[in-house]
Write a protein that binds this ligand. Structure first.
Ligand SMILES: Cc1cc2nc3c(=O)[nH]c(=O)nc-3n(C[C@H](O)[C@H](O)[C@H](O)COP(=O)(O)OP(=O)(O)OC[C@H]3O[C@@H](n4cnc5c(N)ncnc54)[C@H](O)[C@@H]3O)c2cc1C
Length: 416
């Protein structure tokens, strides 16, 4: 079966991997020079299988007005004359309630645990390196209310298989002594030993090399201009690219945030909107103050992961359309937060490699995988803040769906 994967981010590359394993003749079409150069490039690096609760949580709506007014807010809204932006925001607000958040969390946990099994299998059987570590994660809180809320989530998640522990301030500092500089604002933490970390871009590059060796064709530097519907059936006839027309038996849309507009051109709605985030990458060699386990700072919603001898720092969610430019005040804010938290992690006057990417986010936080309204077009999109974590599980599910096999996990809440 000839299958074309549209896009070579971490979602497209993992989809190509499982399709190749299943014996398909796979072609990957990507506008950049190689895989993993857009949202999968410098993300937070956390493989966060047990920390999947959606952004649309029960206490979020009252926090939105103060967040929008503060300059140091983790969330920023830039209103646009764009119906899709407002439609997405309204659906997001509607999803901000406990029952919906719990339903989404259960779906995401099921998918994340499956993904963990899949990536562990890849790590065990493929000869690839991407600064992968099984180092656990600590989420720290700076006020009692947030910590109490996190403990409730922990109890809920425990019923669904998460192994997490609530830590006192002292336990937090014992687990990660590099947090000593912010000791006075730590009220407690949640420790999850089973979380991993790894460099998503290095993973994409290593997988591209592996797949090329196995016969997967990569049409890089090739932009997809149009997907053409068949005249007399509900299927796709061809894709039109800068290198000409391509026909296949099946097509997988893995274009990240760009999927929403492509779906629109085909006449169906994908509830996906870009949430812009920022990251920094610090060289920690010669410095002793970087955290050894992954850390999420609940107060500022900033994540830290040690990738080899670099510290990746990521955060912010700006509802700002499709613009990927770096805003100086957002970069400065992230630097200030990182420096206050881990002042001895690196030389903060060096190049901190600021970067911004567009999370392909759905209002409920759950991705959209599997069948589309077209017989031979499949979806693998909407992974938001968890695309690296969920990639391998979603890719296997999509490959099994194309094969007509039953999937290893139930897909309720995860399809269009
Ligand atoms: C700041 C930040 C921090 C994050 N931290 C984490 C984290 O710690 N853990 C986690 O699990 N996830 C994290 N994420 C989320 C994760 O990075 C994304 O969910 C994931 O990278 C999305 O992958 P993708 O393949 O769908 O999109 P992309 O990586 O954007 O891939 C889509 C590909 O499609 C190509 N494409 C698009 N349009 C066309 C076209 N017309 N023609 C040809 N090619 C095209 C693009 O060039 C791109 O390569 C973070 C995201 C951000 C922004």
């Amino acid at each position: 079966m000839k299958t074309v994967v549209l896009g070579a981010g971490v979602i497209g590359i993992t989809t190509a991997y499982y399709l190749n394993k299943a014996g398909h003749d796979v072609t990957v079409v990507e506008r950049n020079a190689h895989a993993g150069l857009e949202t999968s490039y410098a993300n937070g690096g956390q493989l966060s299988y047990s920390y999947v609760a959606p952004l649309a949580g029960p206490g979020v709506v009252p926090k939105i007005p103060p967040w929008l007014l503060r300059r140091d807010s983790p969330l920023r809204f830039y209103p646009k004359f764009d119906l899709d932006q407002w439609r997405w925001c309204l659906a997001f607000v509607a999803a901000c309630n406990r029952p919906q958040a719990e339903i989404s969390t259960v779906h995401l946990l099921r998918l994340a645990y499956y993904s963990r099994d899949m990536i562990h299998d890849i790590v065990a059987h493929e000869n690839i390196t991407f600064d992968y570590r099984r180092n656990g994660k600590l989420v720290i809180f700076s006020d009692q209310d947030s910590f109490d809320g996190a403990r409730k989530t922990l109890d809920f998640q425990r019923e669904h298989g998460s192994l997490q522990e609530a830590f006192s301030k002292q336990q937090v500092l014992t687990k990660e002594p590099a947090l000593q500089h912010i000791e006075s604002r730590i009220s407690g933490g949640i420790y999850t030993p089973s979380e991993d970390a790894g460099d998503c871009h290095d993973f994409c590059v290593a997988m591209e090399t592996l797949l090329r060796e196995r016969g997967v064709k990569f049409l890089t530097g090739t932009s997809i201009d149009k997907i053409e519907r068949a005249a007399h059936s509900r299927s796709i006839r061809a894709i039109h690219t800068s290198q000409g027309e391509i026909q296949a038996d099946a097509y997988v849309m893995a274009l990240g945030a760009a999927n929403a507009r492509v779906a629109k051109s085909l006449g169906f709605y994908l509830p996906i909107y870009p949430l812009k985030g920022y990251s920094l990458t610090l060289a920690t060699k010669g410095f002793s103050g970087a955290p050894h386990i992954s850390v999420t700072d609940g107060k500022f919603k900033v994540v830290y992961a040690l990738l080899g001898d670099e510290l990746r720092i990521a955060g912010m969610a700006d509802i700002a359309g499709y613009d990927r430019s770096l805003e100086a005040d957002r970069v400065s804010l992230l630097i200030a937060q990182a420096k206050a938290t881990f002042p001895d992690a690196a030389d903060y006057s060096a190049d901190l490699k600021p970067w911004a990417g567009l999370r392909p986010a759905t209002p409920k936080g759950t991705p959209i995988i599997g069948k589309s309204p077209f017989d031979n077009l499949y979806l693998n999109t909407g992974h938001g803040a968890l695309g690296w974590t969920l990639a391998c599980g979603c890719a296997k599910v999509v490959a099994d769906t194309i094969e007509g096999k039953s999937t290893a996990i139930a897909l309720d809440g995860l399809t269009l």
